[in-house]
Design a protein. Structure first.
Length: 635
């Protein structure tokens, strides 16, 4: 089947606005008798995806999204690109504009032909940088996790089990260590490649991968990978513009010859020569560090901790580590103890961060953070890099604080570590082993807590900047759950609907919901439910539009997914998208870790609330059974 219009909707932090925009576009198209298919990019992935034939036959594409979606497939098609909020509020205008023909044509070089419409929005420079960076980080994570786990398991056979000259040598351990090392070695090139790909598409990825290898081989670490990725992408964009005037017949030559050859020539030499000074700086730092080996434990720990966490496997980190190994040969086991503690702390900190702030991290980030407990315990610092790469200006200083605390305490406790690697596996040969573990854990916990606060701030700032009134990452997602209907998913009967109340404000309304949850047997802890609801509101208001709010909470005290509905006689000041007071409250309560069931409830309700007829019926009905049927009926 072909469609005149294709739509893409997606919000960066949740699901409600994704499906509200979908429903609004479908409704507006139906009213005008126009066929439309809408692809959604929610927390459960891409749903209702397009086929190549559907894209080819469509007249116009409407992208209403606040997240990076694949628009390269729409090359040569008329494209309207707006925020998800406009997809909800201005769906009629978007459909009208799509039908008017006054729409620009999209091309893969990210330039537009024709008159630029007022509907397209400019994205801030910082937002573009963030999207490009995260494209690299998200592709890098599996390499770090897979390689790190393989190396960590190889250490289980013995610290030197991969060394053929050691009595501990085991061929299986050597192979695992080598395979893991190959995966970890691809970390920087992959980071660089996909940053460049996000900027300049496929040509950028090719050059980014090569310059990433140069950065890795020359020891510039992941910071070098970030620089090489952005540099390669920008150079490729420049080349595309410079060669745009060549005859159309040379397009094939540009793709397979001119772009890669000129790109690697320019970017490769720049990255190569940028890395040359690093060797000199590295040697200078090693000489400088060794001079501090007998200084104050606080000064030495602060220096070693800061250096070890600065680039986590890069030249600054390696300067501290190599100095430690050199001093080991001279019999100084104290120095290496601080270096090891400072290297172990960052990955452990990320594990504590996803525990402290789990609702602000994605499922992939939570998994990576938990895996980092294993990586950190075996002295694999690189597991923290994907987290640091997201916001290096804030995360790296936090990790430096944690590593410094671990190193300072290690030196104060006079811990000695005679092995250059291995993490907690070498505890049997560590002096004051328990104090060493305590020092590392304290530094990791402090850094992890600070990271969780930074992640919370960043998540809320991103939601506000993109016009999203609802931060929805506070409830667990399990994309492998079986699909079920809303009615099968939750506890909801007429007695959970409360009409004609005189609640004075939002606080009183939330207190009423928490108390009702206990009375109805939904939860056994009123305070936990109330605190969860208040914490959710503190992130951003759950007020929607047309006098409706959807507060929600995930808490261990909740026995099963449930709804509590409250209709108030007068409006309550509950910040909403349209600025109106709230009088109809639909509260969703789910057990913590309940999978994606709450998402299905939230998505289903959000779809219904796009329809004006549904909203009018909810406000007007005096029948609890009817309200229940309205909220559960299929739309």
């Amino acid at each position: 089947m072909s469609y005149r219009i294709l739509g893409v909707t997606g919000c960066p932090t949740g699901i409600a606005h994704t499906f509200m925009a979908q429903e609004a576009l479908e409704k507006a198209a139906a009213e005008k008798g126009v066929s439309i298919k809408v692809e959604t990019h929610g927390q459960q992935g891409i749903e209702n995806g397009f086929t190549a034939d559907e894209i080819r036959d469509a007249e116009v594409i409407i992208v209403a999204a606040d997240k990076n979606v694949d628009i390269e497939r729409f090359n040569g098609k008329k494209l309207i690109n707006v925020s998800v909020s406009k997809g909800i509020k201005q769906s009629d205008a978007l459909i009208e504009r799509a039908l008017s023909g006054d729409v620009s044509v999209y091309h893969t070089d990210k330039q537009y032909e024709g008159s630029a419409g007022a509907t397209e929005e400019k994205v801030s420079v910082w937002r573009q940088i963030y999207v490009h960076l995260m494209n690299g980080v998200s592709h890098m994570i599996p390499f770090v996790v897979a390689g790190g786990v393989m190396i960590a398991i190889s250490f289980m056979f013995g610290i030197y089990s991969a060394d053929p000259t050691s009595d501990q040598y085991n061929p299986i351990a050597e192979q695992m260590n080598t395979i893991g090392g190959v995966a970890m070695g691809l970390m920087v090139p992959i980071l660089s490649a996909f940053i460049a790909q996000s900027i300049a598409n496929r040509p950028g990825m090719i050059i980014g991968f090569i310059t990433g290898l140069i950065a890795a081989d020359n020891g510039t670490g992941f910071l070098g990978g970030i620089v090489s990725g952005f540099l390669s992408g920008l150079i490729m964009v420049m080349l595309v513009k410079l060669l745009k005037g060549l005859p159309k017949q040379l397009d094939g030559l540009k793709s397979i010859f001119l772009y890669p050859v000129l790109g690697i020539f320019i970017a490769g030499f720049i990255v190569w020569y940028l890395s040359i000074p690093m060797e000199m700086i590295n040697q200078t730092m090693m000489d400088f560090i060794s001079g501090f080996q007998y200084s104050s434990p606080i000064i030495l720990g602060l220096l070693i901790g800061s250096m070890s966490a600065f680039d986590m496997g890069g030249p600054v980190n390696k300067a501290a580590y190599v100095t430690g190994t050199v001093l080991l040969a001279e019999g100084n086991y104290l120095f290496m103890a601080g270096v090891s503690a400072a290297c172990i702390a960052p990955p452990l900190a990320t594990g504590f961060a996803v525990i402290f702030g789990r609702k602000y991290y994605s499922a992939d980030e939570r998994s990576a953070g938990l895996v980092n407990f294993l990586l950190g315990s075996t002295h694999i610092t690189e597991g923290a890099i994907p987290f640091a790469a997201k916001r290096p200006l804030t995360i790296i200083p936090i990790l430096m604080i944690g590593s410094s605390i671990a190193a300072i305490l290690t030196y104060l406790f006079q811990v000695e570590v005679p092995a250059p690697h291995g993490g907690f596996i070498v505890l049997p040969i560590v002096t004051h082993a328990l104090l060493w573990v305590a020092a590392i854990l304290l530094g990791s916990i402090v850094a992890g807590y600070l990271m969780s606060l930074d992640q919370k701030r960043a998540a809320n700032r991103l939601a506000i900047a993109e016009g999203v009134t609802e931060f929805e990452d506070n409830i667990e997602i399990d994309s492998g759950s079986d699909a079920v209907s809303t009615e099968e998913t939750l506890k909801f009967d007429a007695k959970q609907i409360h009409l004609d109340h005189d609640l004075k404000d939002k606080q009183e309304a939330l207190e009423f919901i928490a108390a009702t949850a206990v009375e109805d047997g939904i939860s056994n802890d009123r305070s936990a439910v109330l605190n969860g609801l208040l914490a959710r509101e503190a992130q951003s208001s759950t007020g929607m539009e047309n006098g409706i709010a959807i507060p929600h909470v995930a808490d261990a005290s909740v026995k099963m997914p449930s709804l509590i509905v409250v209709r108030n006689r007068q409006g309550i000041d509950w910040p909403a998208m349209d600025g109106k007071d709230t009088s109809f409250i639909i509260s969703i309560l789910v057990p913590e870790g309940s999978g994606d069931k709450h998402l299905k409830i939230l998505a289903d309700i959000s779809r219904k609330l796009v329809h004006e007829s549904v909203i009018k019926r909810l406000h007007a009905s005096n029948s609890k059974e009817e309200i229940k049927e309205i909220l559960l009926e299929e739309k």
